[in-house]
Design a protein around this ligand. Structure first.
Ligand SMILES: Nc1ncnc2c1ncn2[C@@H]1O[C@H](COP(=O)(O)OP(=O)(O)O)[C@@H](O)[C@H]1O
Ligand SMILES: [Mg+2]
Length: 225
């Protein structure tokens, strides 16, 4: 479903160059639950951003769902991203003035889904992630773990092909982090949505069904567990 081939990415800041990815190749199948792990600075965010069509590689191929995303125009890419990809971030990134319900429903409004269907799907997915009864709360009245559940619901409500989660548990304590991973895995099994999540945390690595280790912009190992 995803083919990344010989991808390179160099950041240039003034007269220093950082080779963040030095020829990364990776294939991901439908429905995989995969972790990209490695120390800080190893290139995890850069790789996720390239797969998520948020950033472009300097070299190499990125094919998602048979679409060569590197050859797409920015507006086509925005549509592709909106329809096919879900994102979960380390800092949750919810809209503070919107309720949990509105944060999730907004995605369906952007996709021009009818109000009735949007309501049904939003309520169902919030229940699925364990937030029944909290739909009207704003993020400030939710715990970190609950906010991340809203973010997972927001990523999943459009039935994406792939969810990308960049260090989704980094701002959570280990018990809450594990609960968030449990929900991600349950959703992966129930809907067959592929998940790629990054981490530098050993406990989180242990949770993956496939572990890709990055080191200094290169894949060091790739193991199914
Ligand atoms: N916008 C940027 N400008 C310059 N260097 C960057 C930028 N983003 C990341 N880097 C550098 O690229 C390397 C990989 O970064 P990153 O992908 O964020 O790694 P990770 O997510 O594993 O911590 C690091 O050396 C980092 O300092
Ligand atoms: Mg990072």
């Amino acid at each position: 479903m995803i083919q990344v081939k010989d991808v390179e990415r160099t950041y240039v800041a003034g007269d220093t160059k950082v080779h963040a990815l030095k020829g990364v190749s990776l294939s991901v199948k439908e429905g995989e639950f995969l972790s990209i792990a490695g120390p800080s600075g190893s290139g995890k965010t850069t790789l996720l951003n390239i797969i998520g069509c948020i950033d472009d590689a300097d070299k190499g191929d990125v094919i998602i769902d048979q679409v060569d995303v590197r050859s797409k125009k920015p507006d086509e890419l925005a549509v592709f991203r909106r329809e096919k990809l879900g994102f979960v971030f380390q800092t949750f990134n919810l809209i503070p003035v919107m309720s949990a319900y509105e944060n999730v429903e907004m995605v369906l409004k952007l996709l021009k889904i009818s109000d009735a269907e949007a309501r049904e799907r939003t309520m169902a997915i919030l229940k699925e992630v364990g937030l029944e009864g909290m739909e009207d709360r704003r993020p400030s009245r939710l715990s970190g773990g609950q906010q991340q559940r809203v973010a997972i619901a927001r990523a999943l409500v459009k039935n994406p092909t792939l969810v990308l989660a960049d260090e989704p548990t980094a701002n959570l304590d280990s018990v809450t982090g594990k609960a968030v991973l449990d929900i991600m895995k349950a959703m992966n099994k129930k809907y067959g949505t592929a998940f790629i999540f990054s981490t530098h945390d050993k406990m989180v690595m242990d949770f993956a069904e496939r572990l890709v280790m990055l080191h200094d912009g290169k894949i060091e190992s790739d193991k199914r567990r």
